[in-house]
Design a protein around this ligand. Structure first.
Ligand SMILES: Cc1cc2nc3c(=O)[nH]c(=O)nc-3n(C[C@H](O)[C@H](O)[C@H](O)COP(=O)(O)OP(=O)(O)OC[C@H]3O[C@@H](n4cnc5c(N)ncnc54)[C@H](O)[C@@H]3O)c2cc1C
Length: 470
């Protein structure tokens, strides 16, 4: 009988374990931290809710409005007219816990343990011996144990130990930084079903900055490529500064950072070890989306294991497992490519970003973007739409040169008048009102925290008045 270890209990691991357990395959699902709150915006596409049978309780907020904000603060509103359509906003600790428990309920053996090393056998073909620290007794260090299996699914995220054990090769990563900010009721109600996406060199030279509504707070963050990692602190100041009027009196309750893979690893299957989700490198360019692709890749990989093993009666070969990679690349290769091209065109400089936001004002562009995001389907354009889109791209890029700003201003408050904002600004200039310092979160959320996560964001002239929780 086939024995499978799934390392990592995020969306990719749990969705893989669920399929394996359902097929009656002996499955162990390892998760080092059962209440792990993965640093994440938590936005999921609508199709994921049905496809993965997610209950309503997983979705904290249904976002139907999206505001794109250009470097010159041009705001373009995108509204999902159909009331059945939305972007789901989740807390990862809630969603991950649900998916993990569902897999365990179907028969996967959930182990609260950190996989520390893997003996991969002759020529990495297995059987595989995992050494792990078992935390199920509740101690801080855990009890060292071993487990032998025939196959491993590496679902252990961007710092994957399985990838190292199988010599999967490296990938470039982006660094994402995020602060969770609790807002007073008035400000929070503005973000009720609205997400904001800011572009500009001030918030990210490579991607975008975001304000995403969560259960009782907003997640405010930015991402940049690894080579710009040293800028991350100033970029976070940038997004705080631009959104400052809308984050008035916010309280920073958590600071977090995590790597995001930029492309797949050179090898995703070696011997009888297969990578899925972030461990494989399945986050899209442009949007930085990875939850759906993690869940989907876990499921597709597991389905291939079930099929190739005849329901667990035989041990699949490397060639069998590589069928999953072929299917994956055929299904999503074009999506990744298109998003990479869009990133290269529109995130190049502020003129291109102005053009990008301007283009998003077009209803055809909005429908196209949302259909492909919400439903993960390639939307065919009619010839007229194609011509229009091409002309729009050229025109916007030309106009963008003229519109791009020399410096960045905060956007206006959405719930207060300019007079009230000015009064507050003057009040804050009073010497007794000190700018607070945001301290780093000390929770061991990341396997190896990027240095940026432990850097305090010191108050600056353009910082919003945010209190920090010690
Ligand atoms: C700041 C930020 C914002 C993001 N926002 C979004 C967003 O809004 N929408 C979106 O779709 N994507 C977003 N992403 C990307 C998304 O978070 C990832 O693509 C997704 O979490 C990948 O899921 P996964 O299951 O592959 O890996 P992970 O979610 O990283 O899960 C890996 C799991 O493995 C566990 N683990 C690791 N090592 C071991 C070990 N040795 N032993 C046992 N357990 C181990 C970890 O504790 C973790 O629970 C964001 C990423 C970041 C960093």
């Amino acid at each position: 009988m086939l024995r499978v270890a799934v390392v990592g209990g995020g969306p990719s691991g749990s969705c893989a374990a669920e399929v394996l357990a359902k097929a009656g395959i002996q499955t162990w699902l390892f998760e080092r931290k059962l209440d792990n709150a993965k640093p994440c915006g938590g936005a999921i596409p609508l199709c994921m809710v049905d496809e993965f049978d997610l209950p309503a309780s997983i979705i904290d907020r249904k976002v139907r409005n999206m505001k794109m904000i250009s470097p010159s603060n041009r705001e373009v509103d995108i509204h999902l007219g159909d009331e059945n359509e939305y972007i789901g906003m989740c807390r990862r600790e809630v969603m991950d816990g649900f998916l993990r428990d569902r897999a365990a309920g179907l028969g996967a053996q959930l182990i609260n343990g950190l996989v520390q090393s893997i003996d991969t056998g002759v020529k990495r073909q297995g059987p595989y011996t995992l050494q792990y620290a078992d935390y199920s007794a509740g101690g801080p260090t855990g009890e060292i144990r071993t487990l032998e299996v025939d196959l491993i699914v590496g679902a252990d995220g961007a710092n994957s130990r399985v990838a190292k054990a199988m010599d999967a090769g490296d990938y470039n990563v982006a660094i994402a930084f995020q602060e969770r900010i609790r807002l007073p009721k008035e400000e929070m109600s503005y973000y009720e079903d609205l997400a904001e996406m800011y572009v500009g060199t001030d918030v990210s030279p490579d991607f975008y900055g975001w304000v995403f509504p969560k259960y009782d707070h907003v997640a405010v963050g930015t991402g940049t490529m690894q080579q710009n990692q040293s800028l991350i602190k100033s970029l976070q100041k940038g997004i705080r500064s631009r959104a400052s009027a809308r984050l008035l009196d916010g309280e920073v309750i958590k600071v977090e950072a995590h790597p995001i893979p930029e492309h797949p690893r050179p090898r995703r299957v070696v011997g009888r070890m297969a990578l899925v989700g972030d461990a494989a490198g399945y986050v899209t360019k442009s949007s930085g989306e990875g939850i759906y692709f993690a869940a989907k890749s876990g499921r597709m990989c597991a389905e291939q294991i079930v099929a190739a093993s005849d329901g667990g009666r035989t041990i699949p070969t490397e060639k069998d497992l590589k069928v999953y990679i072929k299917k994956w690349d055929r299904k999503y290769g074009a999506t990744y490519k298109v998003l990479e091209i869009l990133q290269n065109i529109f995130y190049r400089n502020d003129a291109a970003r102005e053009a990008f936001v301007e283009m998003c004002d077009d209803k055809d562009v909005q429908r196209l973007t949302f259909d492909s995001y919400l439903y993960k389907r390639v939307v065919m354009m009619n010839p007229w739409q194609q011509i229009k889109l091409t002309l729009l791209t050229f025109a916007s890029i030309l106009r963008g040169q003229a519109l791009a700003p020399q410096s960045y201003q905060p956007v206006a408050s959405a719930v207060r008048s300019p007079e009230e904002m000015e009064a507050r600004r003057l009040a804050r200039l009073h010497p007794t009102v000190a700018e607070p310092v945001v301290s780093a979160d000390s929770e061991p959320a990341a396997e190896s925290k990027p240095a940026a996560a432990s850097v305090a964001l010191d108050g600056g002239a353009r910082q919003p008045a945010l209190a920090s929780k010690s």
